[in-house]
Design a protein around this ligand. Structure first.
Ligand SMILES: *Cc1c(COP(=O)(O)O)cnc(C)c1O
Length: 482
């Protein structure tokens, strides 16, 4: 987004695109929202989208496509093998990342499945800056263990540090010395760390991690699902990169890794995913799993139409106006909330605004799922659907006790180029109202708790009648407004 100063002195993110296709939204009255959230077991994943006003659950597969992406979809080459669409996508990845080999997969977690299946054995340890839900599950299911080596600053809710996604290289060295390099199949770096507020990694830190990996002969893998935000932050926050083209930053990053995988539902604003590498051995070791789990080597479970959209979407990712839209809207929303004393993660990252539930509803113990309660309450008072990113998103310890999350967050994702500023202002207004009435928000308990990835489809109920009291307070304050 171009740097435009408003004469009024207001600081507003200005859209560098116009809207030409729209989708109608509905906003239900709060009584119907109460029914909807109860039917969804107080799990925002289980809400019907028709009952949602602003869907801020995720930025996965819900970003707006450009006119160029949509028109590219029409030239898709439907062939089981050897599709020209594959050649175009592989060519674009090679152009941007300098990688020779491309293994297509239907989405990001499928890449994690292939990586874990190929490399993780029982007793192995996979060091990373921070885990992602599906990543960790794929590794632990194969008897491996995840070690999070995030720099201490990464877990501070409020800080001025521009790169809270950095990995602590001293911790990495200590871990390698302790467990031995042969127990470490690869080190994983996650750009734009999803679970701790979409915080970026600096290029300086990526280089330092590479150095340690080279010293000990370790493979280094990048999860590039949220790379577009990370690219924006390197350009705007890291010294010396303000005038570096995004293409050059991308190439510099790519050269540091043995393999890179991504979710095309985020990177490239489409759907799909894949693994890219220059390492022929890695390519050959993983290749067999693509036809087994995904589809033939030239589509890997993706629709050729989505692949064509990705070719253009990846190219548009190199445009600062395109990749700055999300972070600038997020920055606006987070800073407005902070100005009203609402606790949010600062500095704002990519992906979305992260409300700090541990401070928002500090009267709730982690065992009553403060983030889940807050996500349920926010939907109730606004029709805005956020996502729980706290203890509910963890899995229980083998002995059945709760693993309490490091951070209790409600993520309000900002799908790229989807919402207008007035919609964002509505969301801010309702979050602020809820904050003023936060003492009414109570806890949740499980009614149905699945063993694996429980946050996706577990069902919960409110402890006590707090939701009815919240509805009554809303009516007192807003009258018959929606
Ligand atoms: C979304 C995401 C994934 C998984 O990608 P899917 O396409 O949803 O399977 C992996 N890593 C990170 C960092 C993500 O944000």
């Amino acid at each position: 987004m171009a740097q435009v100063r408003f004469h009024s002195g207001e600081q507003l993110p200005l859209e560098m695109h116009k809207v030409r296709i729209v989708q109608k939204l509905t906003l239900l009255p709060i009584e119907e929202r109460l029914r909807a959230i109860a039917e969804a077991g107080n799990n925002t994943f289980l809400l019907q989208n028709a009952d949602v006003f602003l869907d801020m659950l995720t930025d996965s597969g819900v970003n707006a496509m450009s006119d160029r992406m949509q028109s590219a979809m029409l030239q898709a080459d439907d062939a089981y093998a050897g599709s020209a669409t594959f050649t175009r996508l592989a060519g674009k990845l090679a152009e941007l990342f300098g990688t020779r080999y491309f293994l297509p997969a239907h989405q990001g977690r499928a890449c994690e499945n292939i990586l874990a299946e190929t490399y993780v054995k029982p007793g192995d340890v996979v060091p990373m800056n921070y885990h992602f839900t599906t990543t960790k599950t794929h590794i632990t299911k194969r008897g491996g263990r995840v070690e999070e080596l995030i720099a201490d600053k990464g877990l501070l809710p409020v800080s001025e540090d521009p790169f809270k996604g950095d990995l602590d290289t001293d911790k990495l060295v200590a871990l390698v010395e302790e467990v031995g390099a042969d127990r470490i199949p690869f080190v994983r770096m996650e750009a734009g760390t999803n679970l701790i507020g979409g915080q970026p990694i600096s290029l300086a830190n990526m280089r330092a991690v590479r150095e340690v990996c080279t010293r000990y002969g370790l493979k280094l893998v990048l999860d590039a699902s949220l790379l577009q935000d990370n690219l924006h932050f390197i350009r705007t926050r890291e010294e010396g990169y303000a005038d570096t083209p995004i293409r050059d930053i991308t190439a510099e990053i790519a050269a540091l890794y043995d393999a890179i995988y991504f979710s095309g539902r985020k990177l490239g604003f489409g759907r799909g995913g894949g693994i890219i590498t220059n390492d022929q051995q890695m390519y050959e070791a993983m290749r067999g799993f693509v036809p087994l789990y995904e589809g033939f080597l030239t589509y890997g479970g993706m629709s050729v139409r989505e692949m064509e959209a990705l070719v253009v979407g990846l190219d548009e990712t190199m445009d600062p106006d395109v990749i700055s839209q999300g972070p600038m809207f997020i920055d606006y929303m987070a800073r407005e909330l902070a100005a009203h004393d609402v606790p949010v993660i600062l500095p704002p990252g990519g992906l979305g605004v992260h409300v700090d539930a541990s401070r928002f509803v500090d009267h709730l113990p982690q065992t009553e799922y403060p983030s889940g309660s807050l996500a349920s309450a926010l939907y109730l008072v606004s029709g805005v659907r956020g996502m729980e990113r706290g203890t509910l998103s963890e899995e229980r310890e083998p002995d059945g006790t709760e693993r309490l999350a490091d951070m209790e967050l409600v993520r309000l994702a900002m799908p790229r180029r989807v919402f207008t500023l007035s919609q964002v202002k509505y969301a801010i207004d309702r979050v602020c109202w809820l904050y003023e009435n936060r003492e009414l928000v109570g806890g949740l308990r499980f009614v149905e708790e699945p063993e694996i990835l429980r946050f996706f489809y577990g069902r919960l109920e409110p402890i006590g009648d707090w939701q009815d009291r919240l509805v009554a307070r809303f009516r007192e304050d807003f009258g018959d407004s929606l």
